[in-house]
Design a protein around this ligand. Structure first.
Ligand SMILES: NC(=O)c1ccc[n+]([C@@H]2O[C@H](COP(=O)([O-])OP(=O)(O)OC[C@H]3O[C@@H](n4cnc5c(N)ncnc54)[C@H](OP(=O)(O)O)[C@@H]3O)[C@@H](O)[C@H]2O)c1
Length: 241
């Protein structure tokens, strides 16, 4: 398969790139970090190609991605997380987070969509944060709720073109992103587990790839409770931190 992965320079995206390359697939690894891209290419010179990409740069993102005309699988992983400080509330933080997680992700779709073939797959990484309001996660959780909605709409709209759109919602995964968290992260999984779960889900065409399973079921159940119960649960998570 020819696979294009954004956010391939770190964490989940990097592990996916390495695992797919180890299985012999051709991978275009995208990200801003040139050194990390070079290291990936050096590890698998025959099958990994690096593409430097800042998805907040509209023109270059679309232009660069238009050049990929034979992709079987796209996995849009690139994302950022910033927590809101109620004492220094600043809407610019929302702009930064949404610019990468939502607008940047859609820029990648804009660049790739014209050349996506019937039978190809488009996989978009969100988060289980979309399922329950978490403290300080107004921007991050909001962006992931938005991207999940967008992904589900794309599932309908790209059906006719024969493109399968899959949504990924990870729980806590050990990556540089979660290293910054100073709160308890229940049921955190390794990046290797995350990449394997995602690859299995993609192979089986699962529309909703949520993991770890128990954490996902718990949050999905919680998201159906009355809002006052959800708030009580969110408070417990906040106080556990
Ligand atoms: N780790 C978790 O617990 C967890 C849980 C739920 C969801 N997720 C989601 O999973 C995805 C990957 O997270 P991770 O934990 O693997 O994070 P990570 O290790 O911090 O990796 C983030 C990746 O996004 C890329 N990126 C960030 N801004 C970019 C930009 N402007 N242009 C292009 N690429 C950019 C980074 O590449 P460069 O710096 O090279 O540009 C990097 O490769 C994110 O969407 C995140 O929200 C993670």
């Amino acid at each position: 398969m020819n696979i294009l992965i954004t956010g391939a320079t770190s964490g989940i995206g990097k592990q996916l790139a390495l695992d797919y390359a180890a299985a012999g697939h051709h991978v275009v690894a995208c990200g801003r970090n040139e050194q990390a891209l070079t290291a990936l290419q050096q590890q698998f010179p025959d099958v990994i190609a690096g593409q430097q990409l800042d998805i907040t740069d509209a023109a270059t993102t679309v232009q660069n991605l238009r050049g990929y005309t034979d992709v079987d699988l796209v996995i849009l992983v690139a994302g950022v997380c910033e927590y809101v400080d109620m004492n220094e509330f600043n809407a610019d933080l929302f702009a930064r987070v949404f610019e990468v997680n939502v607008v940047g992700t859609m820029r990648c779709v804009e660049g790739l969509l014209p050349n996506l073939k019937r039978g190809s797959k488009l996989v978009i990484v969100g988060s289980t944060a979309r399922l329950l309001p978490f403290a300080k996660a107004e921007a991050y959780g909001g962006s992931k709720a938005a991207i999940h909605y967008i992904t589900r709409s794309l599932q309908i709209d790209l059906e006719e073109r024969g493109i399968k759109v899959l949504s990924v919602s990870p729980g806590f995964v050990e990556t540089p992103m979660t290293e910054q968290n100073d709160f308890e992260m229940p049921m955190q999984v390794s990046v290797e587990f995350a990449a394997e779960f995602i690859r299995n889900g993609i192979e089986k065409n699962r529309l909703d790839i949520t993991f770890p399973r128990t954490f996902g079921w718990f949050l999905k159940l919680a998201s159906r409770l009355p809002q006052s119960w959800q708030l009580a649960l969110s408070r417990r998570f906040k106080n556990a931190g």
